[in-house]
Write a protein that binds this ligand. Structure first.
Ligand code: BV8
Ligand code: ZN
Length: 251
């Protein structure tokens, strides 16, 4: 990798608060297709933008819950990649020197937590928590067996259960948004990894961080609509760039 990451590595070496935002690209090298990659196989005929909505679940709870359970089980079978591990390494190094580290993820696969990241906020929820649309009873679903018949039924009231992910048109979890807003107002480095930066409100975070004076870095093999906002764009895969960036920063 012949990226000139010296400037960003230098900023990471001395930062007092690093905020990292990750998207589906951070999990791509673990084998999880990105949100906008063409869906494969049986799902190829569906548009994720059409499936990730409350209306889709209302119209066809069996289809939508089957899709999410497929993704849940696929994610369970995947392993965190070198990019996830690099974020764990820098979080530990920051803790060791009393600096702050906040990880805000749009991903619902829990690979950051499985890699060992501690301060993780799941802005778009998780594939592993399913709640009843009737009595709201929620349960952790981390077994590999399918949750069929679809939609899974609530043990409490027999209602349909849905994944606790944030669908388009739904509000993000209040606690995660509050944590994000506080972190963005106090960070001096903002690192965006593997997101197309098209989904709001998360796509607005880079501007918020920059307005607060943060040095902003984008890690993505492709340019995004917001690349012009960043002080440095590291054009590469998360699994390649993050270990190199973290090693250069930690020296
Ligand atoms: C909200 C669910 C307030 C779980 C997701 C009209 C009506 C209602 C709302 C709106 C509206 N118009 C606009 C909005 C706002 C809307 C929005 O932003 N729409 C966009 C499309 C314009 N946002 C919302 O609805 C949010 N809620 O605003 O509430 C409200 C309420 C009512 C009315 C108005 C406002 C809720 C947003 C959350 C939606 N749920 N996921 C799931 O199924 O996963 S979002 C979905 O996209 C994904 O989950 C992901 O979280 C998100 C972003 O995608 P990315 O992570 O960036 O992934 P993507 O595939 O796009 O890109 C991957 C990137 O990785 C690429 O750039 C690629 O180059 C790169 N890459 C690939 N390989 C690698 C790599 N990078 C590094 N390394 C690699 N190896
Ligand atoms: Zn119920």
């Amino acid at each position: 990798m012949t990226l000139n990451l010296a400037e960003s590595a230098g900023r990471l070496r001395s930062a007092t608060h690093l905020v990292v935002v990750t998207g589906a690209g951070a999990s791509a090298e673990s084998g999880i297709p990105t949100f906008r990659d063409a869906l494969s196989g049986h799902w190829a005929k569906y548009d994720p933008m059409q499936l990730a909505t409350p209306q889709a679940f209302e119209n066809n709870p069996a289809l939508v819950s089957r899709w999410y359970d497929r993704r849940r089980r696929d994610a369970l079978a995947c392993q965190p990649n070198a990019g996830h591990a690099a974020l764990v390494k820098i979080e530990q190094a920051y803790a060791a020197r009393g600096a702050r580290f906040t990880l805000l993820t749009q991903n619902v696969d829990r690979l950051h937590q499985r890699a060992g990241s501690r301060n993780v906020h799941e802005l778009h929820g998780s594939l592993y928590r399913w709640r009843c649309t009737g009595c709201q009873h929620a349960a952790l679903e981390d077994r590999p067996e399918p949750l069929e018949p679809y939609p899974p039924r609530c043990a409490n009231c027999g209602g349909s259960r849905r994944p606790s992910v944030v669908w388009f048109g739904e509000m993000l979890p209040e606690d995660a948004v509050a944590a994000a807003e506080h972190a963005l107002s106090t960070c001096d480095v903002y690192l965006s990894v593997g997101t197309s930066s098209v989904v709001y409100p998360v796509a607005g975070f880079a501007q918020t961080a920059q307005d607060a004076g943060a040095w902003c870095v984008e890690v993505n093999p492709e340019p995004t609509d917001l690349s012009g906002l960043f002080h440095q764009c590291l054009r590469g895969k998360a699994g390649d760039v993050l270990p190199e960036l973290v090693d250069a920063a930690l020296g």
